[in-house]
Design a protein around this ligand. Structure first.
Ligand code: F6R
Length: 626
């Protein structure tokens, strides 16, 4: 999704702006642009296509300005084109603006401005912003104010008119060596150093420059020069703000010898799981969440949990539901955030709403969180990004600590979310007093002890390493299957949730259509699609369901399907085309192991097809618009 970079300091801004945009490329975009200011004139270089195209534009190498703004655009209003790329000027070329987000009332604002004589040269919603700023600037009556103060007032007035979401940067010859920024429902951070300041839509883009950040809040503005940053609300009341030190180091956001970020992130999983569990979980001790102060009295009063998220994070939530219901006996529902926010869910002060988001910036998830808070529920955010918007909105936050995830397709964030759900469910179970009793895990009445589950969690990194050593069969399957047009993923119980995630990964980076089904549902329709040669991938990790799933796989084999089974069960007496064996583990956390062959499968298929694994078409890492 769109990315923002800004710089003000003593160095040549254009190089820094381009490097910043390159660091944001993973978010997905279709055009890019920068603006710097020198000799009282704003110079804009922009075009559709890749960031590096800007380097070839006429005059790029002559840019000398020491401050500027930059943007990668992911088209929402108007096709990818030079005219629609940011930065955008107002009609008088006095204010240049870049913008992330969506201005929902841009048609009304456009009509208002058109009536005042303004003309529009793009199809974007953004172009209303510089013109609104110009409109307010020319209508400010206080003559005693400096140009910077008048511009700040004009920006503040303009943002008050905007409905929807925005993160903006503004430069103008009226305020030399200064950038004004503002945000609402779209992320923006300011990285600070002595004698220079940086702006970006996310932290990893700036980690090579600084680890000290100010995280802008909704309806907050900042006036930034190379040696000062002042914060205001939209009524221009000034306030101070604390710096946040971010521990991630820049090398964690580089490829470290791997061909792609996605492959690196898949192979990082033993370590990211270790980081997520950290010192929170130890044998023979209650789980300890330093960052979570939920009291047993509160939990005992809860009669319902909602887990709300999008995409892969929602799939992690499906496993979270099983864990919370089994370990805590609290009914738990999983919702897609974009549906939840509009379906008027039944929520009250006895509901706990858990929001899962790797980026912490997903617009639908944040909106759903705000809704449930308004309805009186307590909210708990699970995020990977320190200080992200969702963590600032929620009552409670726990972090996955999986390290930066750069590839668009989420891998290590998912496994970290799942393991965090497991640790959280154990924690809640202990708070509720179930720690000594056996926990029933399936309809056969099989039980586990929390200590055994803890032991399995502690051993996860070793078992993950084993799964990651066995890639040969997966590569072979990918070589044979990459020309396919359709595939099926099957599973029962918790394995169905993994089937869904495997199917999503395949669609995202291999562009192969696939369906994920509860294996028992196949007969109720989809089996009509099974024909000779179709590839069907099944996950089989729950002993109590194994026989049933095997019967369903036999049904597709009879109809000519080629089968791959990912399993830790004994399959003696059955023949499948490919069997990927994974270590035995408590079924409640088996998705952390069984998903890995599926991540690798979609990766190798995508490579066989020669696709851009890290930046799949049409997708963005952080979906900051609705
Ligand atoms: C899939 C993927 C997306 C995200 C979804 C939510 O690989 O990356 O489905 O999981 O957009 O993103 P976050 O977790 O940042 O809220």
């Amino acid at each position: 999704m769109c990315g923002i970079i800004g710089y003000v300091g003593n160095k040549k801004a254009s190089n820094i702006l381009i490097d910043g945009l390159l660091a944001l490329e993973y978010r997905g975009y279709d055009s890019a642009g920068i603006a710097t200011l020198e000799n009282n004139e704003i110079k804009i270089m922009k075009d559709k296509g890749r960031v590096k195209n800007i380097l070839d534009l006429d005059g790029y190498d002559k840019l000398q300005g020491t401050y500027g703004i930059a943007h990668t655009r992911w088209a929402t209003h108007g096709k990818p084109s030079k005219e629609n790329s940011h930065p955008h000027f107002d009609n008088s070329n006095t204010f240049a603006v870049v913008h992330n987000g969506i201005i929902e009332n841009y048609n009304e604002l456009r009509a208002f401005l058109a009536e005042k004589g303004y003309t529009f040269y793009s199809q974007t919603d953004t172009e209303v912003i510089p013109n609104l700023i110009h409109y307010y600037y020319t209508n400010i009556e206080e003559t005693d104010k400096s140009d910077t103060d008048k511009t700040l007032r004009a920006v503040a007035e303009a943002t008050k008119d905007l409905k929807g979401s925005y993160a903006i940067e503004v430069i103008s010859p009226l305020m030399p060596n200064t950038i004004i920024v503002g945000r609402k429902d779209s992320p923006l951070v300011i990285g600070t150093k002595s004698d220079e300041n940086y702006i970006a839509s996310d932290i990893p883009a700036l980690l090579t420059y600084t680890k000290d950040f100010y995280l802008l809040n909704d309806n907050e503005l900042a006036v930034i020069t190379k040696d000062s940053i002042s914060f205001y609300n939209t009524d221009l009341e000034k306030h101070s703000k604390n710096i946040k030190n971010i521990e991630w180091d820049a090398s964690a956001a580089e490829k470290n010898g791997y061909e792609d970020y996605m492959l690196k992130e898949i192979f990082e999983q033993p370590n990211s799981i270790r980081e997520t569990v950290g010192s929170r979980l130890k044998l023979n001790e209650p789980v300890n969440f330093d960052d979570l102060d939920i009291k047993p009295e509160y939990l005992k009063n809860i009669n319902k949990i909602f887990i709300v998220a999008c995409g892969t994070a929602m799939h992690a939530g499906l496993v979270g539901k099983v864990l919370l219901e089994k370990l805590c006996k609290i009914p738990t529902e999983v919702d897609i955030a974009s549906e939840f926010r509009y379906r008027d869910p039944i929520i009250d002060d006895k509901t706990l709403c858990i929001y899962v988001s790797q980026s912490g910036e997903t617009a639908d998830t944040i909106a759903a969180l705000k809704l449930s808070r308004e309805k009186g529920a307590k909210t708990l955010a699970i995020s990977n990004v320190i200080g992200s918007s969702i963590t600032r909105e929620a009552d409670y936050t726990i972090y996955t600590h999986a390290g930066p995830e750069i590839a668009v397709a989420s891998t290590k964030a998912y496994t970290s979310q799942v393991v965090l759900f497991a640790v959280l469910a154990i924690h809640f179970s202990e708070l509720l007093g179930y720690s000594d009793s056996d926990i029933t895990i399936n309809s056969n009445g099989d039980t586990i002890k929390l200590e055994d589950l803890k032991n399995d969690i502690i051993n996860l990194p070793k078992k993950l390493a084993i799964v990651l050593e066995n890639t040969d069969l997966i590569k072979e399957f990918a070589e044979n299957a990459y020309t396919e047009k359709d595939m099926f993923f099957l599973g029962r119980g918790i394995d169905e949730t993994v089937a869904k995630e495997g199917s999503l990964k395949l669609k995202e980076i291999s562009y192969i259509h696939s369906e994920a089904y509860a294996a028992g549902e196949l007969k109720h329709g989809p089996i009509a699609l099974i024909e000779n040669g179709i590839h069907v991938i099944s996950i089989l990790t729950d002993e109590s369901l194994a026989k049933k799933t095997i019967s369903n796989i036999q049904e597709v084999i009879t109809r000519g399907a080629k089968t791959m089974v990912i399993t830790n069960q004994n399959l003696e007496g059955h023949t499948f085309d490919y069997v990927i064996e994974i270590p035995k583990i408590c079924p409640l956390i088996s998705p952390i192991l069984s998903v890995v062959p599926l991540q690798l499968l979609s990766y190798y298929i995508s490579k066989n097809k020669g696709l851009d694994v890290d930046k799949p078409r049409n997708l963005a890492k952080s979906v900051t618009v609705e």
